[in-house]
Ligand binder design. Sequence first.
Ligand SMILES: NC(=O)C1=CN([C@@H]2O[C@H](COP(=O)(O)OP(=O)(O)OC[C@H]3O[C@@H](n4cnc5c(N)ncnc54)[C@H](O)[C@@H]3O)[C@@H](O)[C@H]2O)[C@@H](O)CC1
Ligand SMILES: Nc1ncnc2c1ncn2[C@@H]1O[C@H](COP(=O)(O)OP(=O)(O)O)[C@@H](O)[C@H]1O
Ligand SMILES: [K+]
Length: 478
Amino acid sequence: MRTAYSVETVRTAERVLMARLPEGALMQRAAAGLAAACADLLGRVYGSRVVLLVGSGDNGGDALYAGARLARRGAGVTAVLLTPERAHAGGLAALRRAGGSVAAAGAGEGLVAGADLVVDGIVGIGGKGGLRAEAVPLAEAARRSRAAVVAVDLPSGVDADTGQVHGAAVRADLTVTFGTHKPGLLIDPAREYAGSVRLVDIGLELPDGAVLEALQHADVARLLPVPAVESDKYRRGVVGIAAGSARYPGAAVLAVSGALRGGAGAVRYVGPAGDAVIARFPETLVSDRGPKRAGRVQAWVVGPGAGDDAGPVAEVLAADVPVLVDADGLRLADPGAVRRRTAPTLMTPHAGEAAALLGVSREEVEGARLAAVRELAGRYGAAVLLKGSTTLVAGRDGGTVRVNATGTSWLATAGSGDVLSGLVGSLLAAGLSAVDAGSAGAYLHGLAGRFAADGAPVGAHDVADAIPGAWRDVRGVG
Ligand SMILES: NC(=O)C1=CN([C@@H]2O[C@H](COP(=O)(O)OP(=O)(O)OC[C@H]3O[C@@H](n4cnc5c(N)ncnc54)[C@H](O)[C@@H]3O)[C@@H](O)[C@H]2O)[C@@H](O)CC1
Ligand SMILES: Nc1ncnc2c1ncn2[C@@H]1O[C@H](COP(=O)(O)OP(=O)(O)O)[C@@H](O)[C@H]1O
Ligand SMILES: [K+]
């Protein structure tokens, strides 16, 4: 499990550790890790041109000490000081002792343009708001230049705790972060500014209560239901899919395609697209009698391609089994009925649907995904999986939010959300909790998207076909 902690928690852990260590030891650990990452990126340190962008806090101190290490290995290192009178004194002295220099006033942009490597030590976890005006031209010069850009702890200008970006921010190729990931490094839009992320262990001891956690292969492998010797189809779980309409039969087919690959023992389809479903997947149990009279299921998926018929949504919400509500179902569901449910409920909106439910703009949701997913979970008393470039899953009772790291923008193709809803519904029927089903399903779906696409466009049905390969990859079999 990869975790991300709030700035406040990092600060507390840092204080505890600093009290036990000689002064400056923590910054030296950070600088050593940073310099090593820079050296890896440069390949050849000797003779390279390194420019440090140095702000007024310890983030700048890290950059200066790392710069000193690179200078000792033969790099030409120049520091551009944003507020010369407040630059980290110890770091500056170390850089000078190692043969590095300080840029003349006004020379920064030119130096950045000619650099091999730019180290962004403008601001770290002490930052508030976007970059200040004096730093903006330097960030722009770094973006224009051919230099590799390494952000210290996080790209300057992004919000460490939320992933929001207010105004200008540095765009990095690599972010070297200390002690723990910060939430902003894992959530768009900030995540995109971070490039790849390298975590340097500086010995921080972190308590329970991460803001975010990202499942990895081993975590998902533990969650996935695998039939035991004595399993039968009913013990494995039956998932009911109430989806599709005369206008959108494809949504039903795609949701069923995901459900068949999700680990339930049987898939029951209820709705007007039975013929299309059977034609493609003859193993489906099809009924046109409505969810209430369709027979026993261990979990329902309702909503994909449902059109305007609120009846099945209400019937499904009245069932005392886990329910996944997606797409049209989100609009048709009575919020009171969702809140009154005692069995688990998982809502799976994309940003536009989340915006409609919250009464805000899509841009607002996309700019502040963590706040949006928590707000929805709180309002509906339900688990919420917010889809998009960053997929987040929040539980109904708050706490740590899951973030999915496997997605790919090739998944932005019509119907891939329907596949996800079937897949996750199947995991619910197999007995996973709403948060586990949502996050394990998003993980497999993202991986399947990568495998199916492999660098080329795919349709949603290709993603469904790639799900078994994702399972095998996660379980380390085949
Ligand atoms: N917390 C930890 O455990 C460790 C922290 N270290 C470093 O220390 C950093 C935190 O240092 P500080 O607390 O001194 O804070 P920062 O260096 O992140 O920033 C504080 C300074 O930046 C200025 N500033 C704030 N917002 C700004 C903006 N939007 N644009 C430009 N300037 C802005 C402020 O005036 C303040 O002087 C971390 O990010 C990390 O790089 C490491 O040295 C080692 C361990
Ligand atoms: N830019 C992106 N990067 C990664 N995943 C994405 C991106 N855009 C969409 N996705 C994923 O693709 C799927 C699309 O679902 P959805 O928006 O409901 O589409 P549809 O309604 O057409 O099925 C979701 O799993 C979502 O997380
Ligand atoms: K930084």
